[in-house]
Ligand binder design. Structure first.
Ligand SMILES: Nc1ncnc2c1ncn2[C@@H]1O[C@H](COP(=O)(O)OP(=O)(O)O)[C@@H](O)[C@H]1O
Ligand SMILES: [Mg+2]
Length: 328
């Protein structure tokens, strides 16, 4: 199949042409500027066996058959972009693609590319993996040269915000496969897989599988209603599932809390409860203290319940609030 990183070619003149200057140093031409670097300390040797870097996934993946099929057909020694809104499942999709097709690529290299510096850091880390003896300043160049000289690799550039920087960096590396994920959809020259909302039955399945993995005997009544209350957002659903499994809550209980406190999200930091208890002890204002009691109730964790039982109320109204909070 032809190499078609079209957008990279058209918009940006190739940069970083490497030539040899007298004395064995390398001339790296970037745009009009010429920079003379010292000799590259060493060329990478053969690909270290088993080299690759992919994110650790939860092991739960649902749906997206069409998107996976499109990626499988297109992502072959060319660049493809996977775009869609935040939290919809772009990275999860590409991680699944890389997992399913691991035998097609060597290596798979995943780079968080949400800034030009992050992209360069990811490329430098590839060089480090390929040729640990190459010094820091030469690493990005070493990676680009290695990529240009091979064609089996899959480079995932996750969460790209600056297409021009990517284009400049990869103008020379048209041999292998690049899969970009981005919230931006203005990639006119690349084949694009648009990632839309996950179908609702898959969102419910996502919740079920995440909860059951950690809590096999979970009562899952109310799953669909909870997913609806969370706007069918995979990210919010995964987060809620972790909370349900951790605190052994049925989806309908979680939903009741959401309905009572719209916009409530479970406390994610484990220091929330001690902080609230310290604030309770420190405050003399019973209104503030009652509000803290409700914050603990909304946190909904076992630790929060224990904390509620251990509070020492100063006024009857606080004791009433604690009683109500414990029933919540
Ligand atoms: N199809 C899916 N199967 C399983 N989990 C998914 C799926 N889509 C999204 N998720 C989960 O939802 C969350 C958000 O997805 P993510 O891929 O990070 O979104 P994006 O990259 O679009 O911002 C992650 O925890 C991810 O694992
Ligand atoms: Mg992502």
């Amino acid at each position: 199949m032809g190499c078609d990183v079209a957008g990279f070619d058209d918009r940006v003149p190739p940069v970083g042409q490497v030539g040899r200057a007298s004395g064995g140093s390398h001339v790296i031409q970037a745009g009009g500027d010429v920079t003379i670097h010292g000799p590259l300390s060493a060329e990478p040797g053969p690909l270290p066996p088993g080299l690759g870097r992919v994110p650790v996934t939860s092991g739960v993946f649902v749906g997206r058959e069409d998107e996976l099929a499109r990626l499988a057909a297109w992502a072959d020694r060319t660049a493809v972009v996977v775009h869609g809104p935040a939290g919809v499942g772009k990275s999860a999709l590409v991680a699944r693609f890389a997992e399913l097709h691991a035998d097609r690529f060597a290596p798979v290299w995943w780079v968080t590319a949400d800034s030009p510096d992050a992209l360069d850091a990811g490329l430098a880390e590839l060089a480090l993996a390929l040729a640990p003896h190459v010094t820091g300043t030469h690493r990005v160049e070493t990676s680009l040269r290695w990529l240009a000289a091979h064609d089996d690799w899959l480079l995932v550039l996750d969460d790209v915000t600056d297409p021009d920087h990517v284009a400049r960096r990869l103008a020379r590396t048209r041999t292998g496969t690049v899969v970009i994920t981005s919230r931006r959809h203005d990639w006119p020259d690349l084949r694009a897989v648009a990632v839309g909302a996950l179908p609702r039955h898959d969102v419910v399945e996502l919740l079920r599988r995440h909860v059951l993995r950690a809590w096999p005997e979970a009562d899952l009544t109310g799953s669909r209603a909870l997913c609806a209350a969370l706007g069918w957002q995979p990210r919010a659903v995964v987060q809620a599932a972790a909370h349900l499994a951790q605190h052994h809550l049925a989806p309908r209980v979680h939903l009741a809390r959401l309905e009572r406190f719209p916009g409530w999200t479970p406390a994610t930091s484990s220091d929330a409860v001690p902080r609230l208890v310290a604030d309770f002890d420190a405050s003399l204002d019973h209104e503030v203290r009652c509000r803290i009691i409700w914050e603990l109730a909304k946190t909904g964790t076992t630790a929060a319940k224990e904390a509620l039982r251990s509070l020492r109320p100063r006024y009857d109204i606080e004791q009433l609030a604690i009683n109500e909070a414990l029933e919540f």
